[in-house]
Design a protein around this ligand. Structure first.
Ligand SMILES: NC(=O)c1ccc[n+]([C@@H]2O[C@H](COP(=O)([O-])OP(=O)(O)OC[C@H]3O[C@@H](n4cnc5c(N)ncnc54)[C@H](OP(=O)(O)O)[C@@H]3O)[C@@H](O)[C@H]2O)c1
Length: 275
């Protein structure tokens, strides 16, 4: 087992983003293994990133200090069963990015009492602008936490939570969150067109406005409420629009929407983790 090597079990979209981000951050391709059932996908990954590839999950896992479970939630259990003996022997840390799968279930499928980090990334990770929340079980040491964080930091911002229960609210906020912004963008675009703007103009204006507003909130000193107040002159155009949104109950609607997503996340996790 070479120092600092990473194995990806599953070579799909998220694995490729992580691999690309890690290599761009200076990690050597030789320290990365990717396992996937499909030769074409592996050939492409080897061609693009020069990483080691294999069709055997056990071959990748045997080389790794960190094993990243990057398969769909429905197949994680089967993949875990394949690498369980190696994990028990090597005590490698397992980093799961599978949505909705709880740490005790993953740990149990790996034979129990193993260091497991669960991460919840979101789709913008595909463009290295993701938001990932991590949770570590008590078997994970400080060095392993750092290794897991470094991997997820390759595709964006990272934060830790101490309680796994928070992951359902995280899923409702950042996991499903991009879709809420897409919906707002769609609605604004349609409204702008209904006011007579050509479709392409409306689309570009909405996209750039969303990007600019997000950057002001992320990079400036002011929080979102202050920023909103600063751009809302009494009796002005923004105030007229915000009044309509408030009357329509936008805040309560978001509370209901995120609560529904949080509850759905809980029930999906119950379902996935059965027996
Ligand atoms: N994409 C996102 O933005 C996002 C966000 C948050 C969380 N996640 C999580 O990240 C994980 C991966 O998502 P993804 O979008 O990268 O999915 P994906 O593109 O479908 O990648 C999964 C890969 O694993 C392969 N695979 C299937 N069974 C396997 C096995 N037994 N052993 C090894 N590899 C196997 C799949 O092959 P096939 O294609 O033939 O099945 C596929 O290439 C999921 O659990 C998802 O919940 C993704």
């Amino acid at each position: 087992m070479s120092e600092g090597s990473i194995a990806f079990i599953g070579g799909g979209n998220m694995a490729e983003s992580l691999v690309g981000g890690l290599i761009a951050d200076g990690r050597s391709p030789e320290s990365i293994w990717v396992a996937d059932p499909f030769v074409d996908k592996l050939d492409e990954l080897r061609y693009r990133h020069k990483v080691n590839v294999t069709q055997e999950n056990t071959e990748a896992a045997a080389h790794a200090d960190v094993i990243v479970m990057a398969v769909k939630p429905q197949v994680l259990r089967e993949a875990a069963a394949q690498i369980k003996d190696l994990v028990q022997e090597n005590r490698s840390v397992v980093l799961s990015i599978a949505a909705g799968l709880r740490e005790p279930d993953i740990s149990r499928w790996l034979g129990g009492n193993v260091p497991v980090v669960r991460a919840m990334p979101n789709t913008p990770a595909l463009l290295q602008t993701g938001a990932t929340v991590l949770y570590a079980n008590s078997s994970v040491d400080a060095e392993q936490k750092k290794q897991a964080e470094t991997i997820m930091a390759a595709v964006g911002m990272t934060l830790w939570v101490e309680e796994e229960g928070h992951m359902d609210a995280v899923t409702a906020t950042s996991g499903s969150g991009p879709a809420y912004f897409f919906l707002v963008m769609e609605a604004m675009q349609a409204a702008a067109q209904s006011l007579g703007l050509p479709g392409e103009v409306a689309e570009k204006l909405v996209q750039q406005t969303a990007l600019g507003a997000a950057r002001m909130a992320r990079e400036g000193e002011d929080d979102a409420a202050t920023l909103r107040e600063k751009v809302t002159s009494p009796g002005g155009t923004t105030a007229a629009a915000l009044e309509v949104l408030r009357e329509a109950g936008i805040e309560e609607t978001f509370t209901r929407a995120l609560t529904a997503a949080r509850d759905r996340s809980r029930s999906l996790s119950d379902e996935f983790g059965k027996d």
